[in-house]
Design a protein around this ligand. Sequence first.
Ligand code: ADP
Length: 167
Amino acid sequence: MIKNDNNQQETTPLPSREGQGGGSVLLFPGSFDPFTIGHKDIVDRALALADEVVIAIGIHPDKHGLFSVEERMEQIHRVYADEPRVSVTSYEGLTTDFARQIGATALLRSVRSMKDFEYERDMADINHQLTGIETVLLFARPQYAAISSSTVRELLHYGKDVSPFLP
Ligand code: ADP
């Protein structure tokens, strides 16, 4: 870590998005395996805070989800077919590198519980140290806070109807 005289971390500014629309862009990284109504609520609320939201599925070569990346992207595409301010993509490697690549203004994540809070705080801090990027954290609304992709996957495993949890 490079430190300057004031003991503050040097940060590298994100590239300007001039010529790419120029507005503010929140990058929402995650697994989205699958994308739930809880995720959708975060994206919909974030649209009041930024011009664009880019939903980005992180690909981990050694970690296979229940749904393929293509299936997840298709599902999210369908949800936002009529919303030009939301796009979906996938990426490999560090989220901060990808954020820089697309000229994101900030990362978007959410907090459902104390457990999420500690994880998200640490990630936000590391990501800020890496590139100076900020993380916008939204609190999950109470009615969605208990929903997780892993619960949906488990219910699917036992043949249950998961449609109430999917957008
Ligand atoms: P990751 O594997 O990166 O945690 P997830 O797809 O599980 O990916 O979650 C992506 C983001 O969405 C995280 O910030 C998580 O806290 C948030 N999230 C997940 N489920 C919900 C929900 N039901 N309501 C609000 N936010 C949620």
